[in-house]
Design a protein around this ligand. Structure first.
Ligand SMILES: [Zn+2]
Length: 246
């Protein structure tokens, strides 16, 4: 297995997360082998169950965007390039602020502006400054029974079940309180508010994976460092007007 910590820049901070899955988890991929399910659950090469880091990172970005907008920060709209940083900063004055100018420029020398979220999660012009590891369940694969959940495709217009559309999802065992653990690595140049924003965003993620409305994937978080320091919170809560200095 590739060890992320050996590939990364020296990181200042690491958050260790554990998601305790309260119900059953359904994060799968078509085409995996070794299961009778149409959508088998994702596993590491050694068979342990996992929640992909990319899935968690996407959810974190979305929750961080909502929080930052709620605090009053101008935040770009992913994933279309024209409405994202740095393009949006060329036309919208709200983005042309000193704390969004982080030293990068366009080819013609004009400054690029990157919003609070892009400075953390990256965009096509700026690499991400955090890495989210896969969350892995360390229990022996053999000790976990394969759970298949039958479902049927519904026709929303006719509000009936479709013929010939029975499928099976593989989930983690139901109500087993399985712990999935992984780390978030914050690179040395990560903004000061990074950890505060991520911890706040985790409070808004109550479920992961598919079929959440059917009660799958509901979880509680255990975090090594539940409270970030005051200065980071204050920095996040103080949105300066354009031209104002801290
Ligand atoms: Zn942005």
């Amino acid at each position: 297995m590739v060890q992320l910590r050996t590939l990364l820049q020296p990181s200042t901070d690491t958050l260790t997360l554990t998601a305790i899955i309260d119900t059953a988890l359904c994060i799968g991929a078509g085409g995996s082998s070794g299961s009778l399910a149409d959508k088998p659950i994702l596993r590491a090469v050694d068979g342990r169950l996992l929640i992909p880091g990319s899935h968690l990172k996407g959810r974190l970005r979305h929750e961080c965007e909502k929080l930052a907008r709620g605090l009053g920060w101008p935040i770009c709209d992913s994933p279309v390039a024209e409405t994202m940083c740095p393009q949006i900063g060329t036309s919208q004055a709200a983005f042309q602020r000193p704390d969004y100018a982080i030293g990068s420029t366009f080819i013609d020398g004009h400054p690029q502006y990157h919003c609070l979220i892009c400075q953390l999660f990256g965009n096509p012009a700026l690499p991400s400054r955090l890495v989210v590891e896969d969350l892995v369940c360390d229990l022996e694969a053999e000790s976990l029974p394969e759970v298949l959940l039958p479902g049927v495709t519904l026709n929303r217009r006719r509000r009936t079940a479709e013929d010939q559309r029975l499928y099976f999802l593989e989930t983690s065992p139901v109500n087993a309180q399985l712990p999935f653990t992984g780390r978030i690595y914050l690179e040395a140049n990560c903004p000061v508010y990074a950890k505060a924003l991520i911890l706040a965003a985790l409070h808004h993620i109550h479920a992961l994976g598919g079929s959440k409305s059917a009660g799958l994937g509901w979880l509680t978080w255990q975090v090594t460092e539940p409270t970030p320091d005051e200065t980071a919170w204050n920095r996040l809560a103080t949105v300066l007007s354009v031209g104002e200095t801290p």
